[in-house]
Design a binder for this molecule. Sequence first.
Ligand code: COA
Length: 250
Amino acid sequence: MERIEADVDAVRLSFLKGKDRKVVYIHGSGCDATLWKNQLKAVGGYAVDLPNHGKSCSAEIRDIDDYAYFVAKAVKKLFGKAVIAGHSLGGAVAQKIYLNHPKVVEGLILIGTGVRLRVLPEILRGLKERPDETSKLVSEYSFANRNMAEEFSEIFRARPDLLRKDLLICDKFDLLEKYRNGEIRIDVPVLIVVGEKDRLTPVKYAEFLKKHISNSELVIIEDAGHMVMLERPEGLNDAMGRFLERFDNI
Ligand code: COA
């Protein structure tokens, strides 16, 4: 699959390219752009490797805002604006791109994510003390399908330090009160997607987003866990395809 690149403050960000469509995918903790291979083929668009992940260069990242900064600048350079699709940590990054850099956002697709992403303390501790075993456990939590979890655990086991760093960043992400008290208003169209068996970002997180974003629709994908793009690609692709039609002629 082809790649394109953009430099932001001398940090090179790498994107996997599907068929041309102005949608940019952001992966979750400890993953990379290859997570979106099914969507790039069927729906199209571009998937970024966040700094310190995949083929992108390293950068100092302290919080979700830092990730949002790099992706927003790269999107501006490459496309002007785009629909931003994010999964889990990537969904937090997508929200922050909208809040901090609204001009680059045409719409949002929030997949297996939430307005607050607290992480089980035993996961954070376990990744430090028993990285192999805990990486496997995180993979088990991520899938409804056991065989897929087994296969995927290799990705987390290869870089448990990176997974832990990302999860620490998720743990600090918290917009719950700001959404609740109306301080945050999202005015672009938003598609919210969650697997019905998601154990890491449960359906109630998606329902909260639906309730607090006026121009939004919620799609719950049957028989899928947190990694809905791998477990039920056709369900996610259909929902995205329908949602994206409205942007295709802009
Ligand atoms: N959207 C809507 N509501 C949310 C929310 C979100 N994103 N995040 C938390 N809340 C709600 C909870 O439902 C809870 O409401 P309740 O009191 O009515 O049950 C309340 O806010 C407080 O919950 P939480 O922030 O989760 O704190 P906690 O101290 O109760 O629990 C954990 C902490 C880690 C045990 C819990 O967040 C959890 O099980 N998380 C999922 C597992 C995980 O590690 N996910 C990784 C995500 S990247």
